[in-house]
Design a protein around this ligand. Structure first.
Ligand code: HEM
Ligand code: HEM
Length: 134
């Protein structure tokens, strides 16, 4: 298996464990749970689910369509962009809701969410180019 694909799958299960641990901590301390709902939700949905789909998609879909992946380079860049984006969002949300003395949360969230969006677009572009039939 291509090493970057294995890393998508590894990071996916790491986010799943982290998301589940955060969910459990939210049960234990309901008073501060509100600060972490978005981190929990996105570790599970953008981390575990999306990262798993990126990895499995990159591994399986080129085989289904009997083609090479359009751009392994885009896949590698997307890996770093997606992880930086998600981790930045996970840092920015609690920072914003817990009181942000340095006013860093806003810029962190804008840059991180832009990176997450870019990762989605890179995946969509790479996949569409890979499966296109002509
Ligand atoms: C060990 C497993 C999990 C635990 C203990 C857990 C716990 C929680 C808790 C305590 C909340 C806050 C509920 C509230 O007060 O409104 C929550 C919200 C949420 N959880 Fe989980 N969760 C788990 C797994 C998952 C998984 C696997 C997913 C998705 C794949 C998920 C997605 C969400 C989402 C999207 C919300 C936000 C819902 C909203 O906006 O009201 N959770 N979870
Ligand atoms: C480009 C990537 C994404 C960005 C920038 C983003 C951004 C956001 C923002 C700003 C919120 C509101 C959070 C708050 O007010 O505290 C939110 C909520 C939510 N998003 Fe996303 N999101 C992204 C991707 C996704 C994906 C891929 C999923 C599902 C597969 C998802 C599921 C949810 C859910 C369930 C909520 C409500 C729970 C919560 O409050 O966190 N998001 N998202």
């Amino acid at each position: 298996m291509e090493p970057t694909i294995a890393w998508y799958l590894r990071m996916s299960v790491i986010y799943f464990v982290a998301g589940a641990v955060i969910g459990f901590i939210m049960i234990l301390s309901p008073d501060s749970a509100g600060h972490y709902i978005s981190v929990h939700a996105h570790f599970n949905l953008l981390g575990f689910m999306s990262m798993m789909i990126y990895g499995v998609g990159y591994h399986i879909l080129p085989k289904f369509s009997g083609r090479q992946m359009y751009s392994p380079l885009i896949m590698r860049i997307q890996f770093w962009v997606a992880n930086a984006g998600l981790l930045g969002m996970a840092l920015g949300w609690p920072l914003r809701s817990r009181g942000d003395v340095l006013n860093l949360a806003g810029p962190v969230l804008i840059i991180a969410s832009l990176l997450s969006l870019l990762a989605v677009v890179l995946f969509a572009f790479n996949m569409l180019k890979t499966i296109k039939s002509v």
